[in-house]
Design a protein around this ligand. Structure first.
Ligand code: F6R
Length: 260
C-alpha cells in the first residue's frame, strides 16, 4: 500500500485523476467509478485532460460501485445520473459503456447477480477509485460487511444516511434506506485500488483502514489485503495516522522506475 499525503485537497484530486488517466492511456478495458464528493477533483482532472485532447475514453467501460434502491431513473441523486452529470457526459464516454446496478429492478437479487456477471464478462477493472465513509465504508459496504462479499443489497446506517442528507436538500426522509453495492470481494478484484479522502471528518476512518486491524467493522481495512493500493489524503485526512513521517519519506525517496 502506498500512502500519499498531498499539500491540499485540490492536489489530491489532480493526482488521483492523473493516476486514472495513466490507466486509460495504458489501455484499460474498464475503470471503476465512485460517486459522492471525494472523487470530484479526480473527475475534473480527467475532464481537463480530455478537453486538452490528451485523453479519450472511447471503448472504455465504466462500472459504478453502487446505486440507491428505489430512486426513479433520472433522479438527480441516483448515482447513474450523478456520474453522468459530474463526469461521463463531459468526456467521450457513451451512456451504454457506463454501468451501474439497477436499483429499480423488480428482482433486486437478480439485478445484483446481473451486475456481477457484466463486470466479469468485461474482464478486469484496471483501476477502481474509492471514497471512504466516516464509518469506514467503501462502496456502501457498511460496518459488518463480509470481507468477501459480492454485489448485494445493504441497509444504510443512520450515520451514512445523515451524511448523505446534504445531497437530498438536508431532508433525511428523502434518503433511501437501501442500496445495491459491489461487495468487498467484488471491489478487491480490481487491479489497482485508488482511495481518496480529504477533510478532518475522514481522518479517523483513514487511520482505522490503513493502520488498524483487518475487520469487517472497518470495511475499508480490506485494502490491507490487496496487492496494489494507493491512498491519497490531504493533511486534514492524514491527521490521525501514526506513521506520517514514514509515508512522506517513502514518497520522497521513491525510485524513479516505480510508478503508481
Ligand atoms: C459512493 C460510495 C461511498 C462514498 C463515501 C464517501 O459511490 O461508494 O463509499 O465514497 O460515502 O462519500 P463522500 O465522498 O461524499 O464523502
Amino acid at each position: 500500500m502506498e500512502l500519499v499525503i498531498t499539500d491540499s485537497a485540490a492536489d489530491a484530486g489532480v493526482l488521483a485523476g492523473r493516476i486514472m488517466a495513466d490507466h486509460v492511456r495504458r489501455g484499460a478495458r474498464a475503470i471503476g467509478l465512485a460517486t459522492g464528493s471525494s472523487p470530484l477533483g479526480a473527475y475534473r482532472e480527467l475532464i481537463r485532460q480530455y478537453q486538452a485532447g490528451d485523453l479519450s475514453f472511447a471503448g472504455v467501460q465504466a462500472f459504478l460501485l453502487d446505486e440507491y434502491i428505489g430512486l426513479p431513473p433520472g433522479h438527480p441523486q441516483s448515482y447513474a445520473q450523478f456520474i453522468r452529470d459530474e463526469f461521463t457526459s463531459h468526456v467521450d464516454f457513451t451512456d451504454e459503456n457506463v454501468h451501474s446496478p439497477d436499483g429499480n429492478a423488480a428482482d433486486i437479487p437478480a439485478a445484483a447477480a446481473d451486475y456481477e456477471r457484466s463486470i466479469a464478462e468485461t474482464g478486469r477493472i484496471s483501476v477502481q477509485i474509492l471514497g471512504i465513509g466516516a464509518n469506514g465504508h467503501i462502496g456502501f459496504n457498511e460496518p459488518g460487511s463480509s470481507l468477501r462479499s459480492r454485489t448485494r443489497v445493504k441497509t444504510l446506517t443512520p450515520k451514512t444516511r445523515e451524511d448523505n442528507a446534504r445531497f437530498f436538500e438536508d431532508d433525511l426522509t428523502q434518503v433511501p434506506t437501501h442500496v445495491l453495492t459491489q461487495g468487498l470481494g467484488t471491489i478487491s478484484d480490481a487491479d489497482h485500488l485508488l482511495m481518496i479522502a480529504t477533510g478532518a471528518g475522514k481522518a479517523d476512518a483513514v487511520a482505522a483502514a490503513v493502520e488498524g486491524p483487518l475487520s469487517a467493522f472497518c470495511p475499508a481495512s480490506i485494502l490491507q489485503m490487496h496487492p496494489h493500493v494507493t491512498v491519497i489524503v490531504d493533511p486534514a485526512a492524514a491527521a490521525s495516522l501514526k506513521a506520517v513521517d514514514y509515508y512522506r519519506f517513502a514518497v520522497q525517496n521513491k525510485p524513479t522506475w516505480q510508478t503508481f
